[in-house]
Each structure stands twice: as C-alpha cells, then as structure tokens.
Ligand binder design. Structure first.
Ligand SMILES: [Zn+2]
Ligand SMILES: [Zn+2]
Length: 335
C-alpha cells in the first residue's frame, strides 16, 4: 500500500510499504482524510519528539476495515476519527488527570504510523465514532480538540472580550470555541486579507489587518485592552507584543508553536503590577467528545477551513505549500 514516509529528518519518500498488522485490540482503518499540520513540519525538521522512519499524520479519520478479537464498540464499516495520543496510564501524570504530560507520551504520526497512508492500525481505545460527520470534518476533530483544551486552560468567563493573532485553521477554531464558551466579542488579527474575510464570515467581531494602521484600529475596539489575548501565529515578535493589548488582570494564551530556540523579552514588573497571567497549552486532554458534539450540533464550522485537498502521491504539493508559507488554511490528504 502507498504511504508517505519520513525516513529521517529532512528526508521524505512516498512509497509502497507492507499493510499494517492489527493486534487483538486494534482496528484497521482505511484512511479517508488526514490533515497536514505545523507539527508535521516540525517532525520533518527533526525538532519535535518523534521516531524515524515514521508515517506522519496525527489528524485523521476513516472507515473501519477490520476489528481485532478484543475490540469493543466498533465494527467494520464504522466511520471513526482517532485521538493520536497514547498514554502509559501508569505514571504520576496519567494518574493525576494530566495525561498530556505522560512520562511515556507517544502518538500516532509521531511514534506509531499515522494517517498519511492507505491503511492505519490503531488501538480501539483511541477511536471515536463520528456518525454522520464527513471524513473531512473527522480529520479536523484533533486540532479542534487542541483548541478546546487551550480555551479550557484559561478558564474563559462569560462576557470576556478576546483578541486572537493568527487566522489560520487553529486561530479560526479558537475563535469559534471562544464564542461558544461565552466570549462577548472575538477580534481577529492577521496579515492576510483572505483569511480575515473567512474570520468575518465565521463570526469574528472584527477582523484587523496587522499592518500600519493596526494599533490605532485596535485601540478603538479595546481602549483598555482585551480580557484575553491569544497567539495562534507561533511568531515570537507577535507573542512579545501580546501584553500591550491585554487589560490589567488579563490573560495571555501562548497557543502558536514558536521555534524551540526562540526567545522573547517580558517585563516582569509589568506582569507583577498588572497582574497578568500567562498560559501555555500542550496537545489535548480528553477533549475529543466535546469536539465531536460541537461539530455534530453544527455549533462550529470546520468545513470552511479546508482549503486544499491532495492525494497521497500529490503529498509534496501540499507539503510545499506549508514549507513556503503559502496562502492556505487546512490542507487535507485523501489517501
Ligand atoms: Zn496537529
Ligand atoms: Zn503516563
């Protein structure tokens, strides 16, 4: 069967590999849609936890082809998405409800073969029924779960005003989750007019072009700053400037993945005097059921976020779009 293989950092092959063997607790899934994500870029560059060679792709959905003898609750023909995170269940973090810091944290697409292949074998414990959701929506449940985890982290309060930098798929998911969690207004900022249009269509309170007149425009909307400022760009300079736009006693959420060796400067006196709180957010934590319910109820639109689709053999076209920072939202691979 055909698969995308990251042989080692910097080395990609699209080739035939043997079909995976499924164990007693595994289901064999015919992958129907798999999302490309910034994390795949980090795995390609070798600056993220992963083992090689690996079939990447940790955001995927598909149809069950076969189920092992000990699988419960799933059968061939079921439409599923997969939580890629594999926890040991034994360590101190697993036993204190913080599995995303499991001391033996592993994931499909990082340590076990992921979604950029025709057939993938996963434990049934990681699978979720998607019912009538499309496979494209199914592939976006993982990133939506990460967005939900981030918003849970900050404890958003009803009425909060939010400013989000970055209108990529994650920024647009965060915006919708904020609105569903009670934000009174979510203002979006980006350098792409096209992405800002999508933000407005999906319900942004305002969409601001992050260029010359940006600061003045923002001051008009938030004379005293926003209650919550979120970075969904992963650009260190943007992160450094977040505190200029947050209210006293406000919250900053660092969601975007900055380069591992980047540095920003923060004024500790300002954090003290203004009682600012800075939150990090890593991966997800039991958020798949919430994400699925939000999609099934039609509360959140991820369909508008799928901008490109490629087959496995066209994988490099999609990957190059990401490498070159082209104008795209979610790129889906359809094996
Ligand atoms: Zn991802
Ligand atoms: Zn653990």
């Amino acid at each position: 069967m055909q698969a995308v293989v990251f042989e080692a950092p910097g080395k990609i092959n699209i080739k035939d590999i043997p079909e995976p063997q499924a164990g007693k607790e595994d289901i064999l899934v015919k992958v129907k849609a798999a999302g490309l994500c910034g994390t795949d870029l980090h795995v390609y560059k070798g600056d993220f936890i992963a083992s090689y060679p690996i079939v990447p792709g940790h955001e995927f959905s598909g149809e069950i082809i076969s189920a092992g003898a000990d699988v419960e609750g799933f059968k061939p023909g079921d439409r599923v998405c997969v939580d890629p995170c594999v926890y040991c269940g034994k360590c101190d973090f697993c036993k204190s409800d913080r599995e995303n810091f499991c001391r033996d944290f592993r994931a499909y697409g990082l340590h076990f073969n992921g979604g950029f292949e025709e057939l993938v074998s996963v434990s049934y414990r990681n699978a979720y029924q998607i019912g009538s959701l499309s496979f494209e929506e199914g592939a976006m449940i993982e990133p939506l779960s990460c967005a939900i985890h981030g918003i849970k982290r900050i404890g958003l309060r009803a009425g909060d005003e939010v400013l989000i930098f970055g209108c990529g798929p994650i920024g647009l998911m965060l915006m919708q989750v904020c609105k569903k969690s009670g934000a009174s207004r979510v203002i979006m900022a980006d350098v792409s007019r096209k992405k800002l249009e999508t933000a407005e269509r999906l319900g942004a309170g305002a969409a601001l072009l992050n260029n010359g007149g940006f600061e003045a425009g923002l001051k008009k909307l938030f004379p005293f700053g926003a209650d919550v400022v979120i970075d969904a760009t992963g650009i260190p300079q943007v992160v450094q400037n977040m505190s200029a736009h947050v209210k006293d006693a406000g919250k900053l959420l660092f969601f975007g993945v900055c380069p591992p060796d980047s540095r920003i400067s923060i004024n500790p006196y300002e954090v003290y005097k203004r009682e600012l709180t800075i939150y990090g957010t890593f991966s997800l934590l039991h958020d798949f059921p919430s994400a699925i319910k939000l999609l099934q109820s039609g509360s959140i639109d991820v369909r508008s976020l799928a901008s490109h689709q490629f087959s496995l053999s066209e994988f490099m076209q999609g990957f190059n779009l990401m490498l070159e920072h082209g104008d795209f939202l979610k790129i889906l691979i359809k094996p």
